[in-house]
Design a protein around this ligand. Structure first.
Ligand SMILES: Cc1cc2nc3c(=O)[nH]c(=O)nc-3n(C[C@H](O)[C@H](O)[C@H](O)COP(=O)(O)O)c2cc1C
Length: 202
């Protein structure tokens, strides 16, 4: 069977979600998928970016990562979205990308794919679940197959978020178990998408 196509589409201002996205991409590749790691376009005004040196630095360091496009969504059997929590919601950069997908949705091209999401926030109760659930609203509209990690692996009892990998950035950059959770979530997405793909081909 052809490998599963996985698009990992994320936004990150200061690198936390980027690190989770890279861990997910590596794990998906190891699980046998063809992977596209894609960042969404930065929409913040340059003066806002320049005002935070770590934001400007991260933007520069990730300049070589391709930007997500509609062709990536069309290509994918499964899409993992990554976003920082912004006031309990996905980042506007991710929403801006999602809000361009009307024509794909209208043609039914976003339906029947596997979707899953991960996030980071500064504080443990800073809105990680609400961010992931807000993204899932869109997956419902798209007719997606939502694959959350739940408590289906021992790492989930350490990382503790059944909705999707969630790192507390206020504690420092992602280490274990956040990276393990991201890897596990990616593997689960690949496995589920592979089973669906095989079933549809049969
Ligand atoms: C405008 C804005 C809103 C934010 N809202 C929240 C929030 O509601 N809860 C929280 O814990 N952290 C919040 N944060 C902190 C970010 O979630 C945190 O910096 C981010 O997860 C780091 O991810 P990144 O390094 O990938 O950009 C906010 C940050 C910004 C800039």
């Amino acid at each position: 069977m052809e490998p599963v196509n996985v698009a990992i589409i994320y936004y990150s201002s200061t690198g936390t979600v980027h690190t989770l996205a890279e861990a997910a991409a590596e794990a998906a590749e190891k699980a046998g998928a063809d992977v596209r790691l894609r960042k969404v376009t930065e929409t913040a005004p340059p003066r806002s970016v320049a005002a935070r040196p770590e934001w400007a630095r991260h933007l520069e360091e990730t300049a070589d990562i391709a930007e997500a496009g509609h062709h990536d969504l069309e290509w994918a059997d499964a899409v993992l979205f990554g976003t920082p929590t912004r006031f309990g919601n996905p980042a506007s950069q991710v929403r801006a990308f999602i809000d361009t997908t009307g024509p794909l949705w209208f043609q039914g091209k976003l339906a029947d794919k596997v979707y899953s999401a991960f996030t980071a926030s500064n504080t443990a109760h800073g809105g990680q679940e609400s961010t992931l659930l807000a993204l899932a609203n869109t997956f419902y509209h798209w007719g997606g197959i939502i694959v959350p990690p739940g408590y289906t692996d021992p790492v989930q009892f350490q990382s503790g978020n059944p909705y999707g990998t969630s790192h507390v950035a206020g504690d420092g950059p992602p280490g274990e178990p956040s990276l393990q959770a991201a890897r596990y979530q990616a593997r689960r997405v690949v496995d589920t998408a592979a089973q669906l793909k095989a079933g549809r081909a049969a």
